[in-house]
Design a protein around this ligand. Structure first.
Ligand code: NAD
Length: 330
């Protein structure tokens, strides 16, 4: 496999994870990092990685084979449009965009320019969840009847992040909406959400919620439910249970360590991992390795523009359901 030259746009929490992974992988060179706010990182400079505050500098490079967009969500679509002038291979973090109109524009661009666009639904690459999907598809539990997702963060992000995030359903639950589609292979057709703000009144002031229960029906009648919170005091709570005609399958939390202690007071085990950075570490490595392979011309499975559109449509319908306090059909 020949080596590909990559750029990262937006160098915050997730941009740094992707950068570290690229730097540890064969077959890819990280050429440039663009972030309008950050100061020069001497360590990266020593490794020959160009750093710029201006996206235009990316265009002055001789060759760029792929770009990874990790800027705040409100910039994704304008940057996909701009960067599609430099490369066909674009990996964009979730959510792909914040309105259906702008994602439809991306869809036209994907078709007209034959873009290889990957959407950062990293949980599809988590080894537990991909095994779960494989077992469902193999028929291990017969016909699928129900999907139950518990997805709770350990603590909310800063208000400045929340303000640009598009709200909890588009920022956080969007992973879970995608997981429902990924596991079942079917789109969501009806959604009914209940939600409120229990954790921080500042979140309410930012016009958002921090706790929700969402019930869904899929196009083939399967039932699904998502249970979200921005604050679980015991760690990053990520569990999935599926029920079918021949049984059930459960993916539990990944724990900080594997020791289970038993004393006269009872049994205890470790807390769940801290947050997405440690819980989903392997998934970020696999999704970027796959992007690199597809940038080199290999065919790989990945979330595409239609998956980005589906998750956004569901997120917007969930906002509407909460506002109107009634089920919304899609
Ligand atoms: N897949 C995942 O698990 C996951 C996890 C976290 C975040 N995300 C997504 O990644 C994106 C970034 O989130 P984050 O948590 O890294 O945020 P962050 O605030 O930590 O980082 C964003 C970075 O983008 C930079 N930036 C601001 N304006 C920019 C612009 N116009 N162009 C380029 N860079 C710009 C900021 O300086 C900052 O360094 C969001 O869309 C978020 O939804 C995905």
């Amino acid at each position: 496999m020949s080596s590909v030259d990559l750029a990262i746009v937006g160098f915050g929490r997730i941009g740094r994870i992707h950068a570290e992974n690229i730097l540890s992988m064969q077959g890819a060179n990280l050429k440039i990092i663009v972030d309008p706010i950050l100061d020069i990182d001497e360590g990266l400079k020593r490794r020959g990685i160009q750093q710029s505050k201006n996206i235009a500098d990316l265009f002055s490079l001789q060759k760029i084979d792929g770009v990874i967009i990790c800027s705040p969500s409100n910039y994704h679509v304008e940057q996909i449009k701009e960067l599609s002038k430099a490369t066909k291979n674009i990996f964009c973090e979730k959510p792909l965009g914040l309105s259906i109109k702008e994602i439809m524009e991306v869809k036209s661009l994907v078709d007209s320019k034959n873009l290889n666009l990957h959407v950062g639904f990293n949980r599809r690459f988590d080894p537990d969840f991909s095994s779960l999907k494989l077992s469902i598809v193999s028929g291990d539990i017969g016909d699928l009847h129900m999907i139950k997702i518990i997805s709770r963060d350990p603590s909310p992000p800063p208000i400045s992040y929340i303000e640009k995030s598009g709200g909890m359903f588009l920022d956080m639950t969007i992973h879970d909406f995608d997981m429902v589609k990924y596991l079942s292979g079917v789109e969501i057709s009806e959604i009914y959400a209940k939600g409120d703000c229990f954790i921080d009144p500042e979140i309410k002031k930012a016009n958002d919620i921090d706790t929700a229960i969402i019930n869904m029906t899929l196009k083939n009648g399967i039932l699904a439910t998502i249970n979200n919170s921005r604050k679980a005091v015991y760690g990053y709570d990520q569990r999935i249970e599926v029920l079918g005609s021949k049984g059930t399958m459960i993916v539990g939390n990944k724990l900080l360590h594997g020791v289970r202690k038993g004393t006269k007071d009872g049994f205890t085990s470790a807390n769940p991992k801290n947050f997405f950075i440690d819980r989903y570490k392997e998934s970020y490595q696999i999704e970027i390795a796959d992007f690199i392979r597809s940038t080199s011309g290999e065919t790989v499975d990945h979330a595409n523009v239609d998956d980005g559109l589906h998750a956004l449509k569901i997120g917007l319908a969930t906002n509407k359901s909460l506002l109107k306090n009634k089920p919304i059909q899609l």
